[in-house]
Design a protein around this ligand. Structure first.
Ligand code: ATP
Ligand code: MG
Length: 569
């Protein structure tokens, strides 16, 4: 490729909305162009990177007996009605109608489609396992599309689905996908970590997310400094602290003027915050819920959502709190009627609790579960944080880091196969639903995550494996015929050797060319200058470490091809 022909419209001024490095650099280096909120054109440089990431994914998916297919992007509503997700998927789903007023959506994911596909033809256990995948645009009308390709509304996903006859089969498919994902992200050059992830109401060790570690990551991951435990903060567990056993005392109302916060109440009563109980109000779908956790803890909304098995969860409004006869700042569980009460398991161990009295400026002392109020649900709904004890080894402590979720593996069990009748006859002729798993990778997000981890003040630093081009040749003086001839020869020789090379034949100052080479991030830059040619050498510079080598012109093509191959290993 000659730079004069390369379509890479670089930007001098990056718009202010580009907050993180990958977004800024992709716009600046002419990799992507925004069409509208969360929708981008992948320009040729980015598309080359995407194709390389896809090729790595494809190899690894094929390596675990995955077979690639391609399903329609537009999906009929009936399939989503059959799975029960049409009414509950919410505003993230882009819906449309055809000329006959039939309803469809633009696929945000493909569980329904693939399950229908397999159901269509599945008869016997002999056909299982089946592992199918595709690489395709997905559509999600994200509430806050941002950070360029990180959280966009249209994005390319590799999604694989596995169908097995039983849970042991699912575990084998899951392990195979987990291994393939580890190899994929290593080959892409990412610094990543698989962490235990939220698997919705299914619970258990049903899911892992692959997190690229980066300060700009939207997720928080916790990992133990003493063992290999690592989890998304959304699900990290914390062994409950059991309160010291004590006699239940008689309930007592105390006046706590202006003590509308836990800190104020604890302070006023001369207690530590962990000796009090915090009452929070939530709206879970159509239900108003009261949640109790220890005063010094924070609520984990993902865990609460799973405990309630609800679709939408939000904090209750002040109006709703009043409408349920509660007084903000002084809320408690005693005497409330018709409200679901969820308590954190730690609260269930607390004797003589301090709670709000549902009366302005009043709290109750010595409140006890069972005697003074009942709980509808007792569950782990506390948020775990850095410094807490490891739930796995109990000895180490948790550290916190930011992560970008680049992939996720997930056990679906029979959730979709039962609803969409993906059933088979087992060895004994008994009909059973297949046991499913699903496995996604965001291709564009992986590219963006790599840039987050691998850039400097001058631009992107691509690993050889996914660089848009492997080598750039920079002639420092376009009027010197010897330089032009040397560059041209090298360009031809490298191209013939199968190396992906850009010849910067623009009529620009060498400073501009060097800056663009650093910005775009070619792993190897070859500089051909007058002085060097007099000595019979060219300069080879490596983007990742800045090292420079002088190589004899005659040997340069072979040397550079070998280097590229070595760096691909
Ligand atoms: P998130 O929690 O970040 O919204 P998700 O868990 O909803 O993501 P999945 O359904 O697990 O996403 O999708 C599989 C993969 O697709 C993710 O791991 C991520 O790499 C990618 N992905 C998901 N949403 C987006 C998006 N809006 N833009 C770009 N990539 C995305
Ligand atoms: Mg996910």
């Amino acid at each position: 490729m000659r730079a004069t022909k390369l379509y890479a419209p670089t930007l001098r001024e990056v718009p202010a909305e580009a907050e993180i490095a990958s977004h800024k650099l992709m716009l600046k280096a002419g990799l992507i162009c925004k069409i509208t909120a969360g929708m981008y054109t992948y320009l040729p440089l980015a598309w080359r990177v995407m194709k390389k990431i896809e090729a790595i994914i494809r190899e690894e998916m094929d390596g675990i007996d995955g077979q690639e297919l391609m399903m329609p992007i537009v999906q009929p509503a009936e399939l989503w009605q059959a799975s029960g997700r049409w009414p509950v998927y919410g505003e993230e789903m882009m819906r449309l109608k055809d000329r006959h007023q039939r309803e469809y959506c633009l696929g945000p994911t493909h569980e329904e489609m693939i399950t229908w596909q397999v159901a269509h033809d599945l008869k016997s256990y002999k056909q299982l396992p089946i592992r199918l995948y595709q690489m395709q645009s997905k559509f999600r009308d994200e509430r806050r599309p941002r950070f360029g390709l990180m959280r966009s509304r249209e994005f390319v996903m590799k999604d694989m689905y596995s169908f097995d006859k039983d849970e042991a089969g699912l575990q084998a498919s899951y392990d195979a996908a987990y291994g393939a994902y580890s190899r994929i992200f290593s080959r892409c050059g990412l610094n990543f970590r698989p962490v235990e992830a939220d698997s919705g109401a299914i619970g258990g060790s049903g899911s892992h997310e692959f997190m690229a570690l980066a300060d700009s990551g939207e997720a928080e991951v916790l990992f133990c400094d003493g063992c290999d435990y690592a989890a998304n903060v959304e699900i990290a567990a914390l062994p409950p602290e059991k309160a010291v056993a004590a006699e239940a005392k008689a309930i007592e109302e105390v006046v706590t003027p202006d003590c509308g916060t836990i800190e104020a109440v604890a302070n006023f009563l001369g207690l530590a915050t962990h000796q009090t109980v915090k009452s929070l109000c939530y709206q879970a779908d159509d239900e108003f819920v009261l949640v109790l956790i220890r005063g010094d803890r924070h609520l984990n909304e993902v865990k609460l959502q799973n405990a309630l098995n609800c679709v939408e969860l939000s904090m209750a409004t002040d109006e709703a709190i009043v409408a349920h006869g509660l007084v903000k700042g002084f809320i408690g569980p005693v005497g409330v009627k018709g409200i679901k009460i969820v308590i954190d398991e730690e609260v269930s161990f607390m004797v003589n609790q301090v709670v709000g009295a549902n009366k302005k400026d009043c709290h109750l002392l010595n409140v006890n579960l069972g005697r003074d109020y009942q709980a509808d649900i007792i569950a782990d709904v506390r948020l775990v944080g850095a410094g807490d004890a490891c739930p796995h080894c109990g000895k180490g402590h948790l550290q916190s880091a930011r992560g970008i979720e680049v992939g996720q593996v997930f056990k679906l069990y029979t959730k979709y196969s039962e609803k969409l009748k993906a059933v088979y006859l087992d060895e004994n002729g008994v009909e059973k639903p297949t046991v499913m798993g699903c496995y996604g990778i965001g291709v564009g997000r992986t590219m963006a995550a790599l840039i987050e981890q691998s850039h400097d003040e001058y631009g992107i630093i691509w690993p050889m494996a996914i660089a848009p081009y492997q080598v750039v040749i920079v002639p420092v003086n376009d009027k010197d015929a010897a330089i032009t001839a040397c560059c041209e020869d090298l360009y031809q020789a490298l191209t013939a050797a199968g190396i992906e090379v850009v010849l910067d034949d623009r009529k620009e100052r060498s400073g501009v060319k060097f800056n663009d080479a650093d910005l775009i991030g070619y792993p190897i830059r070859v500089t051909v200058g007058t002085k060097g040619l007099e000595k019979g050498i060219v300069e080879v510079k490596y983007r990742h470490n800045g090292a420079v080598e002088e190589i004899a012109v005659k040997e340069s093509a072979a040397y550079i091809s070998d280097k590229v191959k070595e760096m691909l290993k």
